[in-house]
Design a protein around this ligand. Structure first.
Ligand SMILES: NC(=O)c1ccc[n+]([C@@H]2O[C@H](COP(=O)([O-])OP(=O)(O)OC[C@H]3O[C@@H](n4cnc5c(N)ncnc54)[C@H](OP(=O)(O)O)[C@@H]3O)[C@@H](O)[C@H]2O)c1
Length: 270
C-alpha cells in the first residue's frame, strides 16, 4: 500500500509521523510539500520518500490532503488531470481531507471527480499519539478501505466516526481545543508563579493535573461536576478557587470559545 501526504506542515507532519509508526514492510509513505526541503527533512526522519504532488496523485492508494483550506482548490486543480487519468485506468484511490470547514462535496468538486473521500478532523496531540481524530466518509469509500484507514491511524490517537453534519461542531471542540486548553494550562501555571512557584515546576504541575484529570474522566466515566465536587470540601480552599472562576464567568468563556470557533468554521466553509 502507498500512502501520500501532500503538505508537510504541522498537521501533515504529525500524521505522517503517526502513520510511519504503523507501516508494513510492503508499504510506502510518500511526502510532498511546497518546500521540498520540508518534505525532505521529514522523509529523512521517517525513512519515507520525497515526491511531488502529481506522483502522489498517480501512485498512492490514500492521498492525504494536508494543506490549508484556502490552498485546497489550487492544489486539487493541479492534480485533477492525474486523478482523472487514474480513474480512467480503473486504479482506485481514496482522498483524505483534513481541511477545516470543507465538506466532502466541496473536495470532490475541487478535485473535479466523484471520488471516495474520507474527511478527518485531527488535532495536534496526534504528534504524541494522543490525538482525537474525528472522521466521516462518503458513499464511495469501501468498508475495507475504512478498516485499513483506521488501522493506519492507530498511532495518531483515538478515532471516532461522526456524521458529516456534526464535523464542524466536533472540530470546534477537539480541533481547536488544544489552543483553549493551552490557554488554561498557561494561566494555571501563571497563577502558581504568582504564588511563588518556579515557572518550570508550575508548568509541570499544571500540565500533569490537566492530563490526570482528563484520564480520570475517561477511565472512571464520572461526570466532571462530580469529580469537581469530590475535591471541594465545605469552606475549603478549592471551593474558594471555584467561586473565583465562576465570578469570572470561566465556563461561559469556554463555551463561547467553542461556539465562536464553530461560527468561524461555518464562515470559512462558505
Ligand atoms: N494545525 C491544526 O491544529 C489543525 C487541526 C485540524 C486540522 N487541520 C487542518 O490541517 C491542514 C493543514 O494545516 P496545518 O496547520 O498543518 O498547515 P501548515 O502548517 O501551513 O501546513 C501546510 C503545508 O502545506 C504546504 N503546501 C501548501 N500548498 C501546497 C501545495 N499546493 N502542495 C504541496 N504543499 C503545499 C505548506 O507550504 P507553505 O508553508 O510553503 O505554504 C505547508 O508546509 C489544514 O487544512 C487544516 O485545516 C489543522
Amino acid at each position: 500500500m502507498k500512502i501520500g501526504m501532500i503538505g508537510c506542515g504541522n498537521m501533515g507532519g504529525a500524521l505522517a509521523r503517526a502513520i510511519a509508526e504503523n507501516l508494513g514492510t510492503e508499504d510506502a509513505l510518500l511526502l510532498a510539500d511546497f518546500l521540498p526541503e520540508k518534505a525532505g527533512a521529514l522523509a529523512k526522519e521517517l525513512s519515507a520518500e520525497v515526491a511531488d504532488n502529481p506522483t502522489i496523485a498517480m501512485f498512492c492508494d490514500y492521498i492525504f490532503l494536508a494543506v490549508k483550506p484556502q490552498m485546497m482548490a489550487d492544489m486539487l486543480a493541479d492534480i485533477a488531470p492525474v486523478l482523472a487519468e487514474r480513474t480512467a485506468d480503473k486504479k482506485p484511490f481514496v482522498l483524505v481531507s483534513m481541511a477545516a470547514g470543507l465538506s466532502m462535496e466541496k473536495i470532490t468538486t475541487m478535485a473535479q471527480g466523484n471520488y471516495p473521500v474520507i474527511r478527518i478532523m485531527p488535532n495536534t496531540p496526534a504528534q504524541v499519539c494522543e490525538g482525537m481524530i474525528l472522521y466521516t466518509v462518503n458513499e464511495l469509500v469501501r468498508p475495507d478501505c475504512v478498516k485499513t484507514f483506521i488501522e493506519m491511524m492507530t498511532f495518531a490517537g483515538k478515532l471516532d466516526f461522526l456524521p458529516e453534519h456534526l464535523m464542524d461542531a466536533g472540530s470546534a471542540v477537539s480541533g481547536c481545543g488544544p489552543a483553549f486548553v493551552c490557554l488554561f494550562l498557561e494561566a494555571l501555571a501563571d497563577g502558581g508563579v504568582a504564588c511563588g512557584l518556579p515557572r518550570d515546576k508550575a508548568l509541570k504541575y499544571a500540565a500533569q493535573t490537566l492530563k490526570g484529570t482528563a484520564e480520570l474522566v475517561m477511565k472512571t466515566g464520572q461526570h466532571p461536576g462530580a469529580l469537581k465536587d469530590a475535591v471541594c470540601s465545605p469552606a475549603g480552599t478549592t471551593i474558594a478557587g471555584v467561586q473565583a472562576l465562576e465570578e469570572s464567568a470561566f465556563r461561559a468563556a469556554a463555551m463561547k470559545a467553542v461556539v465562536a470557533a464553530y461560527k468561524r468554521t461555518m464562515e470559512l466553509g462558505k
